[in-house]
Design a protein around this ligand. Structure first.
Ligand SMILES: [Zn+2]
Length: 144
């Protein structure tokens, strides 16, 4: 019995370790950002280079934006640009496009609601499509 318990714990540990490091993609093929065990956000770059954010519950069912506060900072070589978001249907859309170029860091800060601590996500902006998984490289789920 003790051995069984030990094995289970080991399994649980490795599963959570994996979840912390692996990139997950959302239904729109964007980068999934885990906000809590019951809520996630999806970072996606639209064709016009504006960031859109979608929210999902634990069952990956799309949720309308509620009290979440999202800001993003694009750390472009030309300087840092802060981006604000506005609600559009079920999405939050950045009010300005990302600065030109790529291969720079985008820091997305999500406050799940007014009283929660903000969570920061650092995403390397690589827009080309990964041949293996078909996602944009910033949301690539391959192990490379
Ligand atoms: Zn990939």
């Amino acid at each position: 019995m003790k051995t069984l318990l030990h094995t289970t714990l080991l399994l649980l540990t490795s599963v959570s370790l994996f979840a912390d490091t692996a990139v997950k993609a959302g239904p729109r093929k964007g980068r999934l950002l885990e906000l809590s065990p019951t809520q996630s956000a999806e970072f996606f770059v639209e064709k016009d280079r504006s960031i859109s954010i979608a929210f999902y519950d634990a069952a990956m069912k799309a949720q309308a934006p509620a009290a979440q506060i999202v800001t993003a900072t694009a750390e472009a070589p030309t300087g840092k640009t802060k981006l604000d978001f506005a609600t559009k249907g079920n999405l939050l859309i950045a009010t300005a496009p990302l600065p030109a170029g790529e291969d720079y860091q985008v820091v997305v800060q999500v406050k799940p609601d007014a009283t929660s601590k903000p969570k920061n996500f650092r995403i390397k902006l690589l827009l080309y499509t990964c041949k293996e998984c078909g996602n944009a490289e910033y949301a690539c789920i391959c192990d490379h």
